[in-house]
Design a protein around this ligand. Structure first.
Ligand code: ZN
Length: 190
C-alpha cells in the first residue's frame, strides 16, 4: 500500500486474531495429557492415547524430581549408615567368651604366656580389631598378671565364633600361671 501524501510504503495493518489453543476442550472436565497434550478425562490415571501415567508423582519425576528423589535416597542411606554405626557396647551382652586355657612356653629366662578361648558372637554385626584383657591367676586364685591388647586383624563374624588368643611375656615364673580369664573390652563394629 502506498500512502497518498508521502508516497512512502507503509506496512499493512496487522489484524489481531484471538489465539485459541488447539487442545482447549469445550468440556471443563478434561485436562491435557502430560505427555501428548491430548484432552483426557480429569480423573484419568493414564492417558488413553499415549498410555502415559498422569499421577502427580510421575509429574514430579518428569520435572527433575528424579534428581531430588535420588538425592533424598542418598541422604537417607548416608543417614542410615551413620545411625547403624553401632558401638561395641550395644552388643556386649551378645558376645560370650568361653572358658579360657592358659599356656606357658619357653624357658624360665624367656617365657611367654598365652590365654586362649573361643568367643561366640550372637550379634548381627561382625566385630574386628578386638581389644581384650587377659587376667592370669596362680594356684591360689590370686591375680598375678594382667594384659590388655588390641588384637589387630582379629575378627569375630556375625552370628559366629572365633578363637581369641592373647600372648605376652611372662612376668612371673612359668609355673605360677595356672588359670586365665579373657574378656573382650571393645571392638570395631561393621
Ligand atoms: Zn497422552
Amino acid at each position: 500500500m502506498v500512502s497518498e501524501k508521502s508516497g512512502v510504503i507503509q506496512p499493512e495493518p496487522v489484524t489481531l486474531i484471538a489465539y485459541m489453543p488447539l487442545f482447549q476442550s469445550p468440556q471443563m472436565s478434561t485436562k491435557p495429557c502430560k505427555e501428548c497434550c491430548e484432552p483426557i478425562q480429569l480423573a484419568a490415571k493414564r492417558c488413553p492415547h499415549c498410555y502415559q501415567l498422569q499421577s502427580p508423582f510421575v509429574t514430579f519425576l518428569r520435572n527433575g524430581g528424579a534428581v531430588v528423589f535420588f538425592l533424598a535416597i542418598l541422604a537417607f542411606m548416608v543417614y542410615q549408615s551413620q545411625i547403624e554405626k553401632k558401638e561395641f557396647k550395644d552388643y556386649t551382652s551378645k558376645v560370650i567368651v568361653g572358658s579360657s586355657t592358659v599356656h606357658v612356653e619357653g624357658t624360665d629366662d624367656m617365657s611367654y604366656v598365652s590365654c586362649l578361648t573361643i568367643a561366640k558372637n550372637d550379634s548381627p554385626v561382625g566385630l574386628r580389631d578386638l581389644q581384650v584383657e587377659a587376667k592370669f591367676y596362680d594356684a591360689n586364685g590370686q591375680l598375678i598378671d594382667v594384659t590388655q591388647q588390641r588384637l589387630k586383624s582379629s575378627f569375630l563374624p556375625a552370628n559366629g565364633e572365633a578363637g581369641v588368643r592373647v600372648l605376652e611375656r611372662a612376668a612371673r615364673s612359668a609355673s605360677a600361671y595356672q588359670r586365665c580369664e579373657l574378656q573382650i573390652l571393645d571392638a570395631v563394629c561393621r
